[in-house]
Design a protein around this ligand. Structure first.
Ligand code: AGP
Length: 602
C-alpha cells in the first residue's frame, strides 16, 4: 500500500510533505519522493529505502525556501522493482504525478503514448498517467479538461495527485479504489491531501474522505470538486496512534478488516474473464515440471498445504508440502523436474530462506510468494510473486495468509490453463469464484459481535480441537495457530477423519471442538465426524452455512456456491474468534509473548 501527501499553502511545503510521509511509514515502503512547484519551477527529489535518505538528499540540495505547493509519495512496489527510477513522483515533460493503486490497462496506454513519441524512463504502471495528461494538455491547453480526459482512460485502482507547470497554482486529484483524503488547512488558503488520516492530524480539522469517482482541483483559492453536490465533510480523529490503526483497537483487527480490500489489490492486473496472468512469470517455466514442492513455516505453511489441494485438483500436478525447518535437515531427494515454491510474508524467515537456497543449489526452478519486495527471498528465487497485502504489523498473520491463498489459487489456475488440465467452463467458474473472495472476506458486524459474545464461553477449558477436511484441514491448523499465538491457550488443528484414530479419547465437556462444516465439500463426512464427538459429550462450536442441532454453539456463515468462498468466510471467523479471546484474557494482541514478526534466526 503506497502513501500519498500533498500541500498548498504558506508554510514550508517540504517540511509539511516530509512530516506527512513519516506518518505513513507504518504502511511500509521501499522508496520515497517529493515534487515541489514554485511558480514555473519544479524540483523533484527521490530516494531508495528509508525517508532519512530522502531527507539527506534534500538537505544537500540548494532548495529554495518557498514553494507554493508540492506532492509526496512512499512506494510499496507492485510493478517494477524498488529503484530510484521507479520511485514516485513520476515526470512527463512538465508535470509530476503520484499514484496509489494499479493501472490495469497501463500496457496498452503505454504503447499508444510511445506511438505518439512519449518517452518512458520507469518500469511502473504509474508513469502512463503523467504522459497521458500531457498528451491531452498539449491538445486542449486546458489542465482540467486534460486531467478529466486522462482519468476516463484509466482502468484499475488509483488515487492520484498531479501537478504541472502548465497550471502552476493547482493540484489535481482523483480517487478510485485506493484511499485519498482532502482537507482545508487550519491556516488561510491552505489545502492538504493524504492517503490516510495520520499526516493530517493537527494541521486541519475537517476532511473529505473521497468516495470512488470523486476528484477535482485545489489551489490557494480553495477546492473545486468535479461532483460538488455529493461531497460531505467529516471531522478528523485527534490521536495519530488511533489514526495509524485507523480507528481499530489493534493492528491485527485493522488487518483482518483490510483483507477484503487488499485481496482486490492482489488480483488486480492478474485476473481476467478466461485467464490468469502473472507479469512476473512466463508459463513456459512449467516445461518439464512433473511435481511441485512447497516449503514454508507457520501460517505460510498452512497456505502451502491449502495450495497443495488446489494444485492437484486443478493443475493435475503432484504436489507435496514441507515444513522448512524439517526439510533443511532431512537430506531430501530433489530432482530438477520439481518446481520449488516457497511462501513467506516477510521474505526473511531463516529456515525458509535456507530451504530455498538448497533447492537452487540442486538446480530446481523456484518461485517465492512474498509480501515484501526486495526481501532476501525475492532476490534468491527465480521468480517472485508479490501478495500486495501492504505492511502487516500484527505478529499474528492474517491478511498475508488470505492474500497468499489467493495468489496460490490463481497460480493453480495459471498452470491448469497452460496444461489444459481443466476445461474452459471450469476455469470460468473458478475465476468467477475468485472474484467473489473480497465479499467473502468482508467482516460483518453481526459475525464480529457473535464471535465477541461467544469468546467469553471459551476462556477456560483444557484445550481446543479445530477440525476440518480437505482444504478445511489446513484452515483448522491456521485457526488453532491463531488461537495459540495470541491467547496462549492450547489448541490443535486436526483432520476431522482422524479424530477416531486416538484423539477422540480426549472428548469431554472441557474439550472444545471448533468444527469447520462447509456445505460445498464433504459436508456429510464432517457431519458424522462431529456427531461422533458430540456423542461423547465434547463441547462443539460449529461454523457452517447449514444449521447443526448437535452443536453447543453455532456461528452461521453464508450459503456460497464454491468451497473456497466458504474457506475465506470461515477464516475471518477464526481470526476474530482468537482475537476476542485474547482480548478477554488481557493479552497483547499485536505483540504476543515470545513471538517475533519475522523469525530470521534458526
Ligand atoms: C503466523 O501468525 C506467525 N506469525 C508465524 O507462524 C509466521 O507465519 C511464520 O513465522 C512464517 O513467517 P513468514 O511468512 O514471514 O515466512
Amino acid at each position: 500500500m503506497c502513501g500519498i501527501v500533498g500541500y498548498i499553502g504558506k508554510q514550508k511545503t517540504v517540511d509539511i510533505l516530509l512530516d506527512g510521509l513519516k506518518e505513513l511509514e507504518y504502511r511500509g515502503y521501499d522508496s520515497a519522493g517529493i515534487a515541489l512547484l514554485n511558480c514555473e519551477k519544479i524540483s523533484v527529489y527521490k530516494a531508495l529505502g528509508k525517508l532519512s535518505n530522502l531527507e539527506e538528499k534534500i538537505q544537500h540540495s540548494n532548495l529554495c525556501a518557498s514553494y507554493d505547493l508540492g506532492i509526496g509519495h512512499t512506494r510499496w512496489a507492485t510493478h517494477g522493482k524498488p529503484t530510484e527510477l521507479n520511485a514516485h513522483p513520476h515526470l512527463g515533460e512538465y508535470s509530476y504525478v503520484v499514484h496509489n493503486g494499479i493501472i490495469e490497462n497501463y500496457k496498452e496506454l503505454k504503447e499508444e503514448l510511445l506511438s505518439h513519441g512519449h518517452k518512458f524512463v520507469s518500469q511502473t504502471d504509474t508513469e502512463v498517467i503523467v504522459h497521458l495528461f500531457e498528451y491531452y494538455q498539449n491538445q486542449f491547453n486546458d489542465c482540467t479538461q486534460a486531467f478529466q480526459s486522462t482519468i476516463k482512460r484509466l482502468e484499475g485502482a488509483y488515487s492520484i495527485l498531479l501537478i504541472s507547470k502548465a497550471c502552476p497554482h493547482s493540484i489535481y486529484f482523483f480517487k478510485h479504489g485506493s484511499p485519498l483524503i482532502v482537507a482545508r488547512g487550519n491556516n488561510e488558503n491552505e489545502v492538504l491531501f493524504a492517503s490516510s488520516d495520520a499526516p493530517l492530524i493537527g494541521l486541519c480539522s475537517e476532511v473529505v474522505y473521497l468516495e470512488d469517482g470523486f476528484g477535482g482541483v485545489a489551489s490557494k483559492e480553495g477546492i473545486v470538486f468535479f461532483n460538488e453536490a455529493l461531497v460531505s465533510w467529516s471531522s478528523l480523529p485527534t490521536s495519530k496512534q488511533f489514526a495509524q490503526k485507523e480507528g481499530f483497537r489493534f493492528f491485527m483487527e485493522k488487518e483482518i478488516y483490510e483483507q477484503s480490500n487488499v485481496v482486490s489489490d492482489t488480483m488486480l492486473g492478474r485476473i481476467f474473464d478466461n485467464s490468469i496472468a502473472f507479469d512476473e512469470l512466463n508459463a513456459s517455466l512449467m516445461e518439464g515440471i512433473r511435481e511441485i514442492k512447497i516449503c514454508a513455516c507457520g501460517t505460510s505453511y498452512h497456505a502451502g498445504l491449502t495450495a497443495s489441494y488446489l494444485f492437484e485438483r486443478l493443475a493435475k500436478v503432484k504436489c507435496s508440502v514441507e515444513i522448512a525447518s524439517e526439510f533443511r535437515y532431512k537430506e531430501p531427494l530433489l530432482s530438477n523436474d520439481t518446481l520449488f515454491i516457497v511462501i513467506s510474508q516477510s521474505g526473511e524467515t531463516a529456515d525458509t530462506l535456507e530451504a530455498l537456497k538448497m533447492a537452487k543449489k540442486n538446480g530446481l526452478k523456484s518461485i517465492v510468494v512474498c509480501n515484501v519486495d526486495n526481501s532476501s527471498m525475492t532476490r534468491v528465487a527465480d521468480y517472485a510473486i508479490l501478495t500486495r497485502a501492504g505492511i502487516e504489523k500484527g505478529v499474528a498473520s492474517t491478511k498475508a495468509f488470505s492474500t497468499q491463498v489467493v495468489v496460490l489459487w490463481m497460480l493453480a489456475l495459471y498452470f491448469a490453463k497452460y496444461k489444459k488440465s481443466i476445461d474452459t467452463q471450469t476455469l470460468q467458474n473458478e475465476i468467477h469464484a475468485l472474484r467473489e473472495v473480497p465479499s467473502a472476506l468482508l467482516v460483518t458486524n453481526s459475525v464480529h459481535e457473535r464471535t465477541k459474545r461467544l469468546s467469553k464461553r471459551y476462556l477456560h477449558g483444557h484445550g481446543f480441537f479445530f477440525i476440518g477436511r480437505d482444504v478445511f484441514f489446513p484452515l483448522a491448523l491456521e485457526g488453532a495457530l491463531k488461537l495459540k499465538e495470541i491467547s496462549y491457550l492450547h489448541a490443535e488443528g486436526y483432520p476431522a477423519g482422524e479424530m477416531k484414530h486416538g484423539p477422540i479419547a480426549l472428548a469431554d465437556p472441557e474439550l472444545f471442538t471448533i468444527a469447520l462444516m462447509p456445505q460445498n465439500l464433504l459436508y456429510d463426512k464432517i457431519k458424522s465426524n462431529v456427531e461422533e464427538l458430540s456423542a461423547r459429550d465434547s463441547t462443539i462450536c460449529a461454523i457452517s452455512p447449514l444449521s447443526f442441532e448437535l452443536a453447543d454453539d453455532f456461528i452461521p456463515t453464508n450459503l456460497k456456491n464454491h468451497y473456497m468462498l466458504e474457506f475465506f468466510e470461515m477464516l475471518v471467523v477464526l481470526q476474530l474468534f482468537s482475537m476476542e479471546i485474547s482480548v478477554r484474557l488481557g493479552n497483547d494482541v499485536d505483540m504476543p509473548r515470545n513471538l517475533a514478526k519475522s523469525v530470521t534466526v534458526e
